[in-house]
Design a protein around this ligand. Structure first.
Ligand code: AMP
Ligand code: MG
Length: 429
């Protein structure tokens, strides 16, 4: 008896139907993430590691500070010393070691960050002292041992876990790495991404627009969106709705990329060739998502081990960018091994009524914290999938579930935050 795989039992029409089954966005996202494999590790010199993703956990290799240091400008003294004034026997500046020993009745002038001289166990701030020829008078009644001193390892202990793998190296992280002299830095290679706009109607910027033509905008918004996520856009261009040319370009881009992003040509029209070509050149995983905008999103994998991700985005500019946020960005953060794959997902309160929807709708909105700290969302106006202006100033995508009745002002919905919430609205004086 042989066990039949469900796929073998499927006829071609069954398979087509399965590919066109409307997936919930979560299901589609899970399919994408399951295919997004971590990129290889590379070691780059410290200055180039900024905003890259750390690939291996880092442990402190030294104590910080490496010596007990003054945290104030003043005088290094022995705390337990009743002398009303002390002889100044030397100066200890940051960056040097002076060979002096502080004893009762003496003091050493010291600057912030300088190593504590032998014998001293406290630093009296300069404001609490009074110079008198080669002496100093201490005006502080009680001096405590350890005062104004940063002991060895106060900031960082050798062996302490410094940064976890998956951390994005921003200013503080890079500074810590620099402070320990850890170079080169192990990071994930940037994803190599190709961006292809398709459509006979598309014209290059700076070129005259003829009858029935429009300028290509997707290529430019997608390139910037990709760069912001740390991807390396290795190629971008456009192609006509012409089978042979498109096929040639797709084959070439699949061979040279980790991710290929196309826009246009995935709807139901006779010139929607991308959809057909993905079926020929790659393994298609889904072709429709239960969302608005962005329903005809195609996702496929190709390459020797299926490691190249292909996203066939719909041509409408808003559909393309919403699809980017929901599927391509998580794929990239996951490939980069980032600890935080997702943007924050938070409940918000609608500031106004919103019409009903028959698919999960991702509305572009502005989210503000009101004076009580409540997050209030206002959409950015007309939500047509062609109206790119609806993304301008938007710091959130509201997730509006399908239902027959309109949503009312004051109702709560979830929002994917694209940027931090704005502060309370300022009323002009
Ligand atoms: P398609 O998905 O090819 O059917 O295109 C859907 C809509 O998006 C059509 O109105 C196209 O003209 C428009 N469109 C397609 N590609 C682009 C692009 N790169 N930039 C701006 N609009 C586009
Ligand atoms: Mg088209």
């Amino acid at each position: 008896m042989s066990i039949q795989q469900p796929h073998e039992a499927m006829t071609d029409t069954d398979q087509e139907r399965e590919l066109d089954r409307l997936r919930l966005p979560e299901e589609a996202r899970a399919v994408v993430l399951a295919r997004a494999r971590p990129l290889p590790i590379e070691r780059v010199p410290l200055p180039e590691a900024g905003w890259r993703v750390l690939a291996e956990g880092l442990v402190a290799t030294e104590d910080h500070p490496p010596f007990a240091a003054a945290t104030m400008d003043g005088f290094a003294v022995v705390a337990n010393d009743a002398s009303p004034w002390r002889e100044v026997i030397g100066a200890q500046m940051a960056g040097y070691v002076t060979d002096v020993e502080v004893t009762a009745g003496t003091a050493v002038r010291i600057t912030t960050g300088a190593p504590l001289p032998r014998g001293a166990d406290a630093v009296v701030r300069v404001e609490a002292t009074e110079p008198a020829e080669d002496h100093v008078i201490i005006h502080q009644e009680v001096v405590t041992s350890g005062e104004n001193i940063r002991p060895v390892g106060a900031d960082l202990r050798r062996g302490e876990r410094l940064l976890a793998a998956g951390t994005v190296l921003g200013p503080a992280e890079l500074g810590l790495i620099a402070g320990l002299g850890l170079t080169p830095v192990p990071v994930r290679r940037r994803a190599r991404v190709s961006v292809l706009s398709t459509g006979d109607e598309l014209v290059e910027p700076g070129q005259p627009v003829g009858p029935g033509q429009i300028r290509d905008s997707n290529r430019f918004s997608l390139v910037v969106a990709l760069q912001r996520e740390g991807a390396e856009v290795v190629w971008s261009g456009k192609a006509p709705d012409e089978r042979a040319a498109l096929r040639r370009l797709l084959v070439e881009r699949i061979a040279a990329s980790d991710v290929v992003v196309t826009s246009g040509g995935v709807s139901m029209g006779e010139l929607d060739l991308v959809k057909a070509l993905l079926g020929e050149l790659a393994t298609v995983h889904f072709r429709r998502v239960f969302m608005k905008p962005g329903k005809p999103l195609n996702f496929a994998t190709a390459g020797p081990d299926g490691g190249v991700l292909l996203f066939g985005l719909p041509g409408n500019p808003v559909s393309a960018l919403v699809s980017f946020e929901l599927f391509i960005r998580p794929a990239l953060t996951s490939m980069a091994g980032r600890a935080d794959i997702d943007r924050p997902f938070v409940p918000v309160t609608l500031a106004h009524d919103t019409p009903p929807t028959d698919r999960i709708e991702y509305q572009r909105a502005t989210v503000r914290a009101d004076p009580d700290g409540r997050l209030v969302a206002r959409t950015t106006g007309g939500q047509a999938s062609s109206r790119l202006a609806s993304f301008v100033g938007a710091n959130a995508l509201l997730v509006i579930p399908p239902r027959a009745e309109p949503y009312r002002a004051g109702e709560r919905v979830d929002a994917l935050l694209l940027a931090p919430p704005l502060g309370p609205e300022q009323t002009p004086a």
